[in-house]
Design a binder for this molecule. Sequence first.
Ligand SMILES: [Zn+2]
Length: 242
Amino acid sequence: MRAGADDQICRLRKTLVAANRILARLGVLDGYGHVSARHPEQPSAFVISRSLAPELVTEDDLLELDFAGHPLNGDSRPQYLETCIHSEIYAARPDVAGIVHSHALPVVAFSASDVSLRPIHHMSGFLGSGAPVFDSRTQFGDTDLLIRTSAHGAALARALAEASVVLMRGHGFVAAAPSLKLAVFRAVYTVTNAAAQATAVSLGGEVTFLSPKEASLADATNAGTVDKPWALWARHAGVDLA
Ligand SMILES: [Zn+2]
């Protein structure tokens, strides 16, 4: 291991604990859902909690897994049922370093509707021209809707394609980003965008969304500001800044 590698993984583990607490505090994750980060020294591995409610996650709960789900250090504690969400997206998207999977209801509503989730405010520019929707039944028939296998995960990754967010019909969504903090940011604002869009639609008039160019420009601006809300969210979640 190179000099400094210990520092990188130690920092990342602290940031990942903070991400779990923040997402729980903000209601993006409840007793379910999970957040992960690509391993900083081993690109074909990632770090994620053992199967545990996100608000309860500590550094001692973190597992380091390869893309086959094998622990790097022999830690055999139970994993989340849907770790293939993370492994298959990291495998398909070398640009992704952070992933959040949430069951937040404002987004589930859009996953089950033919109304596309589109960026209605500038904090959600990462939604681009609209989030794609993955329907597990199309390829896999009637299931419990969980992403239990690498085949399910790979199909989800194909639906995500080059987007930042993919909705999962009747289930939830995944937010992906080039950093863990930005993945948390995108998950938070996916939920607020869904709530705002539902409100705008309910007003009954015509809704104006960000244009693709506006969305791209807003996304680029916001990506450079993530440390600011992160500091506040971390304080509210009662964790050390990381
Ligand atoms: Zn799920």
